[in-house]
Ligand binder design. Structure first.
Ligand code: 4NP
Length: 157
């Protein structure tokens, strides 16, 4: 479908933050009856977890809010195909963004996830919750929800 919005969420491992962003944004788009107008995916810049399901803590926090991310599988960003396939490539933090620029993503396609959070004046990183406790996932979930709301408003206006 030529008029689809194509959105790719990117983090480091593609098991904690970007699968959650993917699940939250897909849920929001579906609830708004915009499903046919979007193609949404996520990936990581690293390859350590390729083929794995999301981290159990991301699965759990999503399920608390009625979102099922269990069928997602981690994949690595592919410069040969992803740059062309996606118009909006959305890194979770400044380090992911730097890596994507090194991999050849043109800057106009790149926007930090929290740049879409209307409550922030300057975008901040979505912190990596991998090595922290479970409360990190709750915080990240809330940050991602605000940014996903802002992203949908941005794309549909
Ligand atoms: P993510 O978190 O980038 O949000 O998926 C991480 C998961 C795993 C690793 C780093 C970050 N790791 O080093 O294995």
């Amino acid at each position: 479908m030529p008029d689809q919005h194509t959105v790719l969420f990117v983090c480091l491992g593609n098991i904690c933050r970007s699968p959650l962003a993917h699940g939250i944004f897909q849920h929001l788009v579906d609830q708004s009856n915009f499903t046919n107008q979007f193609h949404i995916d996520s990936c990581g810049t690293g390859d350590w977890h390729v083929g794995n399901p999301p981290d159990p803590r991301s699965i759990q926090i999503a399920s608390i809010y009625g979102i099922d991310i269990t069928t997602q599988r981690a994949r690595q960003f592919d410069p040969a195909t992803d740059v062309e396939r996606f118009t909006h490539i959305i890194p979770m933090d400044a380090s992911n963004k730097k890596n994507l620029i090194k991999l050849g993503v043109p800057e106009p396609k790149l926007t930090l996830m929290r740049a879409y959070d209307p409550t922030l004046k300057t975008p901040q990183d979505v912190p990596d919750p991998y090595y922290g406790g479970d409360d990190g996932f709750e915080r990240v979930y809330k940050m991602l929800t605000r940014a996903c709301d802002g992203l949908l408003v941005n794309l549909m206006n």
